[in-house]
Design a protein around this ligand. Sequence first.
Ligand code: RB5
Length: 152
Amino acid sequence: MRIGIAADHGGFDLKVQLASALKAAGYEVTDFGAYELVTGDDYPDFVVPLARAVAKGEVSRGLAICGSGVGACVAANKVPGVRAALITDSFSAHQGVEDDDMNVMCLGGRVTGYALSWDLVQTFLNARFKGDERFSRRLAKVAELENKEIRS
Ligand code: RB5
């Protein structure tokens, strides 16, 4: 499974730790930057390329990190086909995939510490979309909305 990861300065340290843990666990990792800690860099510059790679299927799942996780989540969700959420608890880390087919998990590097983040990442990556009719029906409505908004 290839995982994409991206962070601005607010998530840089957590990205370094998570990328290392992912590789040690046997995942292939594509790092979309930032590649060095630059105070004042901008999360869309890293998160949008990651989100596009998820939407195109170039990576299976994405991890987007900024200081709070909010900006990363807002930016990622602008890319059609991305279903991103800011996650701080284990239930949402798996249910977001099982019910809502979340494909990008956002974390706040200034909010959630490494140990909990790594637990959440593993929970996210081990979860699978259940595909029940009601879940697919809801996602079809979201996709339809996305298509209409793109065309309007
Ligand atoms: C950067 O200072 C911070 O604003 C950013 O990392 C993020 O928290 C935005 O949501």
